[in-house]
Design a protein. Structure first.
Length: 210
């Protein structure tokens, strides 16, 4: 029996229980559609800027960092992890960080949803959470000035982070959605090729954040 009280109907007609999500109910098309329509910073930027576009840049940035650390075998897996790091928001919406601290239950729901997303899309991947957090923060301080968001009252932690050289495109939802899907499918194809060629496996390679 479906728990209607905690279930949402997605853009592609799936029923997802946000309290106890089942991996089988999650599809990448729903993730791409929802994230493309969700605005970062609670909508307080001067222009529309989607979570999907943010996720694309985060995937780009983590690839740069892993390559710089000479961890080429992990670039594709890391990019997939970064692309999906905010995928829970497709079902739980984007909550600004200061608000999240006041909603402890949201953190529990997000953790459950992220685990369901991991099981559904990347059950083979190691945990890139620490490295994703680094690039997520870099993107945060890169995005804010371009969206004319005042960072003067942000914590000292963010004041010490150096922005990257990415320029936001401010994609519309109809532009961001297919781009997100294209990148996802391209990365998954590359990952499958790596594994098929025996160039990557959890048995003989271990990722450690440097």
């Amino acid at each position: 029996m479906t728990d209607e009280k905690h279930t949402i109907t997605t853009s592609h007609g799936h029923s997802v229980n946000v309290q106890t999500p089942e991996p089988a109910t999650l599809v990448i098309e729903d993730v791409a559609h929802a994230l493309s329509n969700l605005c970062r910073f609670g909508g307080h930027g001067r222009r529309f800027y989607s979570v999907a576009e943010h996720s694309l840049y985060t995937a780009t940035l983590i690839t740069r960092r892993l390559r710089a650390l000479m961890l080429e075998p992990w670039c594709v897996a890391g990019a997939i992890a970064a692309l999906l790091h905010d995928a829970a928001e497709a079902y739980l919406v984007d909550i600004p960080r200061p608000v999240k601290t006041l909603l402890p239950m949201y953190g529990e729901l997000e953790a459950r949803m992220l685990e369901a997303i991991r099981q559904r899309f990347v059950p083979w991947a190691p945990n890139f959470a620490a490295e994703v957090k680094v690039v997520d923060d870099i993107m945060l301080v890169t995005e804010a000035p371009q969206l004319e968001i005042d960072m003067a009252n942000w914590s000292a932690k963010y004041q010490c982070i150096t922005p990257c050289d990415i320029t936001l495109s401010m994609l519309t939802p109809s532009e961001a959605e297919p781009m997100f899907l294209d990148v996802y499918h391209s990365l998954m194809t590359k990952q499958q090729q790596w594994q098929a060629q025996g160039m990557w496996s959890l048995e003989d390679v271990r990722y450690e954040r440097v």
